[in-house]
Design a protein around this ligand. Structure first.
Ligand code: GRF
Length: 203
């Protein structure tokens, strides 16, 4: 079956990219990060990838002002690097139809709350955690899901739970959920890499 090749898309810190990369180095992991793409040329994600020998590409509205050209460039980059599975982790752009079509059912995203609650348009970053605190829920945690045409509505693959504590602030809750993300996302990818649930890229 061969090693599962990931294309990781991230806009900011890239801590999930780092967690995935570290997991990929474990002897029993059968996946590798083939390319990291960011729309933010100064993102921590691109810096991490460069520092660790992972190929990088900056693709954005600056490099490609035309939306369709950007979508095509994104697809070409992923195909060129032999990507089997696209992982979006804090990627702040909606993927275009060309990438979604090419990698249909082979794009996963990590979201910092227990979907289907606290998802959809406007639910990103600290807004998610603020909404959880406002709701009074006692449990939160990350969700890994398939990406479809809408925000945060694709099939849920895995979730993990963390407590919401009475004295939590957005920052303390975000840190607890992020730590859980760093376990959940590599776990899901390791499972996908050792299974047969993905149709490999024939391009
Ligand atoms: C994570 O909380 C993820 O769930 C959300 O964006 C954040 C990305 O963090 N989609 P990082 O860039 O991986 O550190």
């Amino acid at each position: 079956m061969g090693t599962l090749r990931l294309g990781v898309l991230a806009s900011h810190n890239g801590s999930n990219l780092a967690a995935l990369h570290q997991a990929s180095l474990l002897p029993d992991s059968d996946f590798t990060i083939s390319v990291t793409i960011s729309n933010n040329s100064s993102s921590g994600a691109l810096a991490y990838a460069r520092d660790h020998g992972v190929p990088t590409r900056h693709l954005s509205g600056h490099t490609h002002p035309d939306t369709k050209a950007l979508d095509n460039a994104m697809r070409a980059t992923l195909v060129e690097h032999g990507v089997d599975l696209v992982v979006t982790a804090g990627f702040m752009r909606k993927l275009g139809p060309i990438v979604r079509e090419t990698f249909s059912s082979r794009i996963i995203n990590i979201h910092p709350a227990l979907l289907p609650a606290f998802g959809g348009v406007g639910f990103f970053g600290n807004r998610v955690h603020q909404a959880v605190l406002d709701s009074g829920d006692k449990i939160s945690g990350p969700t890994v899901h398939l990406v479809d045409d809408e925000y945060d509505t694709g099939e849920i693959i895995a979730q993990s739970e963390v407590p919401v504590l009475p004295d939590d602030t957005v920052d303390t809750l975000a840190a607890r959920v992020l730590a859980a993300e760093h376990i959940l996302l590599p776990t899901v990818v390791r499972q996908l890499a050792s299974g047969h649930q993905l149709h490999r890229n024939k391009n």
